[in-house]
Ligand binder design. Structure first.
Ligand SMILES: Cc1cc2nc3c(=O)[nH]c(=O)nc-3n(C[C@H](O)[C@H](O)[C@H](O)COP(=O)(O)OP(=O)(O)OC[C@H]3O[C@@H](n4cnc5c(N)ncnc54)[C@H](O)[C@@H]3O)c2cc1C
Length: 316
């Protein structure tokens, strides 16, 4: 039985928080764990993996793998699969992990199952996985000669095992041409020095009810007064009123501020999953029946174009 390949996500040699959770999941499959590290920066990580039950580390190096490049990572993994004879590949269900495994699936012409929480090998394999931003739990049967799975973040812990192993480290240089790295990280720009949407203590969000890009000016003012930032719903980004970096929700940012002020937002499930970790919620909406109004700690039934300026005035 060949070992499960576990691609460990890292950013320039810094292992991601969820990488070792994928190792814990892979160990539960009971067929040995071979870790895969891509890029020379990752080499120092290899020596630290013994306590996690890793038997072997494949270190993939190539000049096109100097930074994250999803196509090239997928291609390199496919070549490793071919020489290792592995039948199962796993990584974390992060944006990066899902993207790389999707490339691998396309190259191997195999299905990929995302955000898996448990897997029971057999004929067929029985899997559980999280869907729809955490609002749906699904049981799946997987029939494929090669199983590709990403592990739902935080569904596993990464405990060390009692007896540490000394993993064998094997270097592998794939054959990659320029086209494999046409999508790759070439620069990193910090959009928001200091407080970001994900870390702000207060988020003042606007939805369709705001009505226009200009309509966000009072929300900006209120957010600044409270030491917070502005967020929005997807309708707002779809309309081009705010950039996608401001979007809260399943396909935006998940936030957990002390206070979330939702103005003219109905509270659709895809928005709610991104806002539900807020400690207190104030909703402002003309519709008292709106989902966000029934979920909020405080609700003001009214026109946000009147309520928000009144709030600013009161704070002044
Ligand atoms: C796969 C998928 C992923 C998605 N991901 C996201 C996501 O990440 N984030 C997200 O937000 N959505 C997401 N959506 C879209 C989501 O389903 C909703 O369509 C969206 O959240 C609705 O935005 P909204 O609340 O601004 O608009 P609406 O649902 O139209 O609600 C507008 C609200 O404003 C109120 N209102 C109108 N005028 C005023 C006024 N003057 N004063 C006060 N209140 C007023 C109305 O009563 C209403 O409650 C996703 C959808 C899909 C299918």
């Amino acid at each position: 039985m060949t070992a499960t390949l576990v691609l460990l996500d890292h950013d320039r040699g810094l292992l991601s928080e969820t990488a070792l959770q994928a190792v814990a999941f892979a160990r539960s499959l009971g067929q040995g764990v071979d870790a895969v590290l891509i890029g020379g920066d990752a080499e120092p990580i290899a020596a630290t993996l013994g306590p996690y039950g890793v038997d072997r580390v494949h270190l993939i190096v190539h000049e096109h793998l100097s930074d994250f490049a999803p196509e090239a990572w997928g291609d390199a993994l496919a070549q490793l699969v071919a020489i290792s004879g592995a039948k199962v590949a796993v990584t974390t269900g992060t944006d990066r992990g899902n993207e790389v495994l999707a490339h691998l699936g396309a190259i191997l012409d195999q299905p990929m199952v995302a955000n898996v929480t448990t897997a029971e090998p057999g004929e067929p394999w029985r899997l559980s996985r999280i869907r729809w931003g955490g609002s749906l739990f699904e049981h799946v049967e997987l029939e494929a000669p090669f199983r590709l799975m990403t592990v739902a973040p935080h569904s596993w812990e990464s405990p060390q095992q009692a007896e540490s192993t000394e993993p064998v480290i094997e270097r592998f240089e794939p054959t990659l041409d320029e086209t494999a790295s046409r999508t790759r990280v070439v620069d990193r720009v910090t959009l928001n020095a200091g407080v970001t949407l994900a870390t702000a203590p207060v988020v003042v969000s606007g939805g369709r009810g705001v009505g226009s890009a200009d309509g966000f000016a009072p929300l900006e003012e209120l957010a600044a007064m409270l030491g917070g930032v502005v967020g929005c719903s997807r309708v707002v980004t779809n309309n081009g009123w705010r950039p996608h970096t401001d979007q809260v929700g399943q396909t935006g940012t998940r936030i957990a501020p002390d206070l979330y002020i939702a103005c003219g937002i109905s509270g659709a499930i895809q928005h709610w999953v991104g806002a539900m970790a807020s400690k207190k919620i104030l909703a402002i909406n003309t519709d008292p029946e709106a989902n966000m109004m029934s979920k909020a700690d405080y609700a003001v039934v009214g026109d946000l174009h009147e309520v928000v300026p009144a709030l600013i005035e009161a704070l002044r």
